[in-house]
Each structure stands twice: as structure tokens, then as C-alpha cells.
Write a protein that binds this ligand. Structure first.
Ligand code: ADP
Ligand code: AMP
Length: 218
């Protein structure tokens, strides 16, 4: 069985897009903390209410809340792709412990390398299916009919935090709080590989499959 994988990269780097491809092709289970938090907000849970103001500003939700939420997602068959988690060094350390406690190996991380300048255009043109988390881009990866999901025919929405001021803060937060994870995964077991995330969706998928070695799994 392939091991658990952390997709590490800035907002807009393409983590969700690639997670969806790997899930379909190789049967990974995707754990996206952003999608989980948006579900909590939609349902109006205590966690959703606690997370709301952080998400609206583009700040990180406190580690303790995130770690507790992820703990509930670890049971179940198959290898997991963590998408948007961990985002801080304490979260990365907690994940290593949670997986070890369950007799799973340490996760490997794939860093999506991309210049900040490319990210704003990706985020400003992003359209999402809130029911499934599937993402499109109005120019780079458009649906067949604008505003409509190809798969379930339902409406696509633009995320509230995909607006210029919030994007700028999210990218600053990424550089300050999440970039240190590149060194964390390099220094704790040489667990980091990088892909060039500037190419086409298929090009990045191809690199990713090689980077994590799943091309021989099927
Ligand atoms: P993340 O999950 O890292 O925030 P997404 O997967 O949601 O990023 O991608 C952000 C936006 O960029 C989406 O609109 C998506 O369609 C688009 N996108 C993803 N990968 C690529 C790519 N390789 N080239 C161009 N656009 C991309
Ligand atoms: P994403 O969908 O990954 O872009 O996440 C959207 C928002 O959810 C972020 O801007 C944060 O406010 C919050 N969030 C998602 N994942 C995490 C995490 N691992 N740690 C802290 N906050 C998170």
C-alpha cells in the first residue's frame, strides 16, 4: 500500500486539483481541512462558528481545533492525501504522532513550487463545487458551461476568501507559518520531494505520480 502523503503548497498552488486526480486514479482518501472547515461552517457547528472569523480574514484556524478535527478523519482504509494540512510546525509534529500512534508510517511531503505572482490569477479565477470540493478555473480549466459543474450539473461558486485583500493575507500567512514545513520535512527523515507546480494540470500530475512512486502501484 502506498503511504500517506502531505500536499504542501501555497493557496492556489493546485493541491486540491491534484488530490482529486490522485484520488480517482489511485484510490487515495483525501483529507482537505479547508473543505472540512467549510462543511462545519455550512452546518453551523461549534467548530464552524469558532473558525469563521479566522477564515474570513485568511488567517489560520488555531492548531488545537485543526488537530482535533483531523484526528476524527484518520480511521478508515487506504492511504491518505492531506490537502491543506499541516500548515504549521506544531500541526506537522502532531500529525507524525497521530499516525505513529495508529501504527502507520511517517507521511512523506510533496512541495508544490510556484512563484507568488502566479497564484493571484489562479485564485481570482477559481470556481468550486461546494458539494464535492471539485475546482475549476474560468480560464485555465473551465467547466463545459460557465458556472455549472460538469459532473453533477449543480452551481459552482467563488469562495469568499478568493478576493484580493484576503488573498494577499493568505499568501503572507503561508510564507510566515507554512513555508517552515519545507525544512521540517527535509530535516526530519528526508521526507520532502518537490514538483514544479507552474505547468499544466496534466504536467504536474505526471511529476507527482513519479515523485510519490505510485506509477507502479497499478
Ligand atoms: P489549492 O488547493 O492549492 O488552493 P486549487 O487546486 O484549488 O489550489 O487550484 C487553484 C486554482 O488554480 C483553481 O482555479 C484551479 O482550477 C487552478 N489550477 C490548478 N492547477 C493548475 C495548473 N496546473 N495550471 C493552471 N491552473 C491551475
Ligand atoms: P484552504 O481551503 O486550504 O485554502 O483553506 C481555507 C481556510 O481554512 C484557510 O485560509 C484557513 O483559515 C483555514 N484552514 C484550512 N486548513 C487549515 C489548517 N491546516 N490550519 C489552519 N487553518 C486552516
Amino acid at each position: 500500500m502506498p503511504g500517506d502523503i502531505v500536499l504542501l503548497g501555497a493557496p492556489g498552488a493546485g493541491k486540491g486539483t491534484q488530490a482529486q486526480i490522485l484520488r480517482q486514479r489511485f484510490g487515495y482518501r483525501q483529507v482537505s481541512t479547508g473543505d472540512l472547515l467549510r462543511e462545519h461552517r455550512a452546518k453551523g457547528t461549534e467548530l464552524g462558528k469558532a473558525a469563521e472569523s479566522f477564515m474570513e480574514r485568511g488567517d489560520l484556524v488555531p492548531d488545537s481545533l485543526i488537530i482535533k478535527m483531523v484526528e476524527g478523519e484518520l480511521e478508515g482504509p487506504g492511504a491518505v492525501l492531506f490537502d491543506g494540512f499541516p500548515r504549521t510546525v506544531p500541526q506537522a509534529k502532531a500529525l507524525d504522532v497521530l499516525l505513529a500512534d495508529r501504527g502507520r508510517g511517517l507521511p512523506r511531503a510533496v512541495y508544490f513550487a510556484i512563484e507568488r505572482a502566479a497564484l493571484e490569477a489562479r485564485l481570482l479565477g477559481r470556481w468550486t463545487n461546494p458539494r464535492t470540493g471539485r475546482v475549476y478555473h474560468e480560464t485555465f480549466n473551465p467547466p463545459r458551461v460557465a458556472g455549472i459543474d460538469d459532473e453533477d450539473g449543480g452551481p459552482l461558486v467563488q469562495r469568499e476568501d478568493d478576493k484580493p485583500e484576503t488573498i494577499a493575507n493568505r499568501l503572507d500567512v503561508f510564507e510566515a507559518q507554512t513555508m517552515p514545513l519545507v525544512a521540517y520535512y527535509e530535516e526530519h527523515g528526508g521526507r520532502l520531494v518537490s514538483v514544479d507546480a507552474t505547468g499544466s494540470v496534466e504536467d504536474v500530475a505526471h511529476q507527482l505520480v513519479h515523485a510519490i512512486g505510485v506509477e507502479h502501484a497499478h
